[in-house]
Ligand binder design. Structure first.
Ligand code: IMP
Ligand code: MG
Length: 176
């Protein structure tokens, strides 16, 4: 397997600064809770939180819908819940990538039951061609084609999360 750079560190950082400025402008007042979806969004959250020039709370939630390979198990489960209530708060879910939409449509339902003031989604990457469930993503870093990507938090079998770029994971050279 080999890696091909799809989005460079510079492209990612530039885009996150834009998203941060937009988010700060969209939430002028009131508590803003950033909910990082573990593990894939941990790098995105670290950069996005620092790009939002206002007070924020940072929370972590563990959700898993993917097995060890490249295809979804179709099952969603909460592996770590929030530590604090989000009742009355503006919640911004931070996700690495929206693929089928199964994870986020489930999570939206879970969080909406907790009576927040609002819930929106920020995702670094969006693969719209793969959508099975509709989800409204308010802040999208980059729309990408239907290819399996790693790096900047995203993994393949827990590897590659620490790459600075987002790369396409390609199969080895094909014969002929
Ligand atoms: P969904 O429920 O199908 O939208 O899946 C979302 C989750 O699947 C993401 O949070 C990722 O953890 C994982 N995922 C989807 N596409 C990729 C990819 O291209 N690379 C790595 N992980 C992915
Ligand atoms: Mg994830």
């Amino acid at each position: 397997m080999s890696l091909r750079v799809l989005l460079t560190e510079d492209q990612i950082q530039t885009r996150i600064k834009e998203l941060g400025a937009q988010i700060a402008a969209d939430y002028p007042t009131g508590p803003l809770h950033l909910v990082c979806i573990l593990k894939g969004a941990y790098v995105f959250l670290a950069d996005l939180a620092r790009a939002i020039q206002r007070d924020t709370f940072v929370e972590f939630m563990g959700i898993s819908s993917y097995g060890k390979g490249k295809t979804s198990s179709g099952e969603v489960k909460v592996t770590k819940d929030l530590d604090h209530s989000v009742e009355g708060a503006n919640v911004l879910i931070d996700e690495d990538i929206v693929d089928s939409g199964v994870t986020l449509s489930y999570l939206m339902q879970v969080l909406q039951q907790r009576k927040p003031r609002s819930v929106k989604i920020a995702a670094l990457l969006d693969k719209p061609e793969r959508r099975l469930r509709p989800v409204e993503v308010s802040y999208v870093g980059f729309r990408i084609p239907d290819e399996f990507v790693v790096g900047y938090g995203l993994d393949y079998g827990e590897k590659y999360r620490n790459l600075r770029d987002v790369c396409v994971l390609e199969d080895g050279p094909q014969p002929g």
